[in-house]
Design a protein around this ligand. Structure first.
Ligand SMILES: NC(=O)c1ccc[n+]([C@@H]2O[C@H](COP(=O)([O-])OP(=O)(O)OC[C@H]3O[C@@H](n4cnc5c(N)ncnc54)[C@H](OP(=O)(O)O)[C@@H]3O)[C@@H](O)[C@H]2O)c1
Length: 176
């Protein structure tokens, strides 16, 4: 996200060209894990990414008739169901991968925020944007901060790891 918490274009896609370091970080953090995507973001992801990372997606939608583009993907209508799927896979963590409305739904229950903050320069989209929700800094403690200067591929960016002080009651393993 940028300094205003911008994460997406209203018409879909990221507001900026691929940021290599963030792409590698996202891939490394998510590899092999259970991931929750809002339906719009899931439709932007390529099937090959999941095959290459071993990550297992779960898609969130209100449309019970929606057919996921990757056959066999569990489709859920709420967070508890997503946690139940992740729990049934033996996962202790469900990584919420956006987009904006899905982050909004999950933020109150999130125990960890892993945030890439970028200096987007003039990479702002026209026609409105989609934003990461505001979080209360008092609810979290920073456990790690990695800062990277600009290079030939990327703008300057910082990856922040925040842990909720009082963890949520909901966990994949505890979901019913
Ligand atoms: N920069 C980043 O880190 C980042 C990360 C991820 C995504 N993005 C960007 O974010 C944008 C997409 O965000 P978005 O908010 O438009 O879409 P989204 O969160 O990916 O998906 C929205 C869809 O999820 C379903 N949904 C959302 N809340 C729900 C709820 N409470 N219960 C049941 N289903 C629910 C609905 O699907 P139905 O309409 O099918 O009912 C809704 O239309 C894209 O531009 C994407 O590129 C950016």
């Amino acid at each position: 996200m940028d300094a205003d918490r911008l994460i997406g274009r209203a018409d879909g896609g990221l507001p900026w060209a691929t940021i290599e370091r963030d792409r590698r970080h996202f891939r490394s953090y998510c590899a092999g894990k259970a991931l929750l995507f809002g339906r719009r973001t899931f439709e932007e992801m390529g099937r090959s990414w999941f095959a290459a990372t071993g990550a297992r997606p779960i898609a969130l939608t209100r449309d019970a008739n929606w057919q996921p583009p990757i056959a066999g993907t569990p489709v859920v209508g709420d967070l508890r169901s997503a946690l139940a799927v992740a729990g049934s896979w033996g996962e202790a963590e469900l990584v919420v991968c956006g987009g904006s409305s899905t982050y909004q739904l999950a933020l109150p229950l999130a125990d960890r925020l892993v945030l890439t903050l970028i200096d987007a320069g003039d990479g702002r989209p026209g026609g409105g944007g989609l934003y990461f929700p505001e979080w209360d800094a008092d609810d979290f403690v920073q456990t790690r901060r990695d800062a990277f200067p600009a290079n030939a591929d990327d703008p300057p960016l910082t990856i922040l790891w925040l842990e909720r002080k009082n963890h949520s009651e909901l966990r994949p393993a505890r979901a019913e």
